[in-house]
Design a protein. Structure first.
Length: 398
């Protein structure tokens, strides 16, 4: 949406904010021409001096030629970002040539040309690094004063303050533009990181939601297939359950996409009982949990953990029994709610944590919790801990 607005601004010719990259060549030329127009006033004296006829024909031609070269060098510095960036050595050479031209023209044609040093000062403040501009701008004013001693000392004294102020003002403008550009780039980076985080959230939610729901649908489909010849009524019940699970999965996916999905631990405990029973696994699951004072973020993280753990038990463990424990514990960092899921199966392939466990670890870390998972003597155990209340201030315990 922002890009569309910027494109529309450029198309209509409306100004774009400071530090914002020009969207079209026309916009870039408009900006540069604005800079040129501001400083054209300092060319009035040299031009008037040439057209007034106070010099010989050769002097007038040389003056026009020198002024054209001076303005061309200045414009090349002004439009340096239209193509490949100038190297530092070339920038220094161009500014030096401007200073030499201004000095030669002033000494040969008179004090009317002292205003060219304003352009040299502007170029120093505009294109040179700040630490270099801080001594080149006063140096430009000093050279102008020395030249003014040979041409018109009073005119030089009148211009010296202007040369200093205009040069240092340009350093401030350049720094402001650079800072604004950096801030815009940082804002774009933050927006990109936020988009990446949202994609990760969506990937985790869809993995946990669909992995559990599809596993349950597969189990009930297989069970219905086995029941169909001899027990059509029971098979019909399994098919009805499949329809209910698929509808709920559709609702869950829609909520996950819109960011409103926040599972409840009590509902996941009940769903775990159904999934384990359908898989033929004996389930030992606690009754309604006590969640008084538990933050919603902590409850949601444990609910996701339970869903993924039960999905893994059903799909990979090959066990016959699964025990789920949910207890509160008091630690030095405050109360925690601990969820433990243990089965008596093989524990999977043992090739390292999969996408599910990796996503759970990230989810629990965001909620201030931890995850431990690994094989035990008789199966596999997953333990998740999350804060069960406000985390106390560390300074208050010192």
């Amino acid at each position: 949406m922002t890009d569309d607005l910027l494109t529309e601004k450029a198309r209509r010719g409306s100004p774009i904010a400071l530090g914002e990259t020009a969207r079209t060549p026309r916009e870039l030329w408009r900006r540069k021409l604005l800079w040129i127009g501001v400083w054209l006033v300092f060319l009035s004296s040299p031009v008037h001096d040439l057209v007034s006829g106070g010099h010989t024909t050769g002097g007038t031609v040389a003056g026009w030629l020198g002024l054209a070269v001076f303005v061309t060098v200045y414009l090349s510095l002004l439009f340096r970002d239209m193509g490949a960036p100038y190297p530092d050595g070339l920038v220094a050479a161009l500014i030096g040539s401007m200073a030499v031209l201004a000095t030669v023209l002033c000494l040969t044609l008179g004090s009317a040309w002292l205003g060219l040093y304003c352009y040299v000062s502007v170029a120093c403040g505009m294109v040179l690094p700040l630490r270099v501009a801080f001594w080149t701008i006063p140096g430009t004013a000093a050279v102008m004063l020395l030249v003014g001693l040979r041409t018109d000392e009073e005119e030089a004294l009148n211009l010296v303050l202007l040369v200093l102020l205009i040069g240092f003002a340009m350093t401030g403008v350049s720094q402001l533009v650079r800072t604004t550009v950096e801030l815009r780039k940082a804002r774009a980076t933050v927006a990109q990181l936020a988009a990446n985080e949202e994609r990760l959230r969506l990937a985790r939610d869809l993995h946990d939601l669909l992995g559990h729901s599809l596993s349950l649908i597969t189990l009930k489909s297989e069970l219905a297939g086995r029941m169909l010849p001899g027990h059509p009524d029971k098979a019909a019940q399994q098919v009805a359950d499949i329809e209910q699970v698929s509808r709920q999965a559709l609702v869950d996916v829609r909520e996950a996409v819109t960011g409103y999905r926040r599972p409840r631990l009590a509902a996941e405990l009940a769903g775990s009982q159904v999934a384990l029973t359908a898989a033929g696994i004996t389930a030992v699951i606690p009754a309604e949990p006590d969640l008084d004072g538990v933050p919603e973020e902590s409850e949601a993280a444990l609910a996701w953990t339970l869903r993924e753990a039960i999905t893994n038990v059903v799909r990979h463990s090959g066990g016959a029994r699964c025990t789920v424990d949910l207890v509160r514990r008091q630690t030095l960092d405050g109360p925690v709610l601990e969820l433990s899921v243990e089965d008596d199966g093989s524990g999977g392939s043992g090739k390292g944590p999969g996408n599910g466990l990796t996503g759970l670890t990230e989810r629990l870390e965001k909620a201030g919790g931890t995850l431990e998972a690994g094989r035990v003597k008789r199966g596999f155990r997953l333990t998740a801990r999350v804060p069960a209340g406000p985390v106390p201030d560390i300074g208050s315990r010192s």
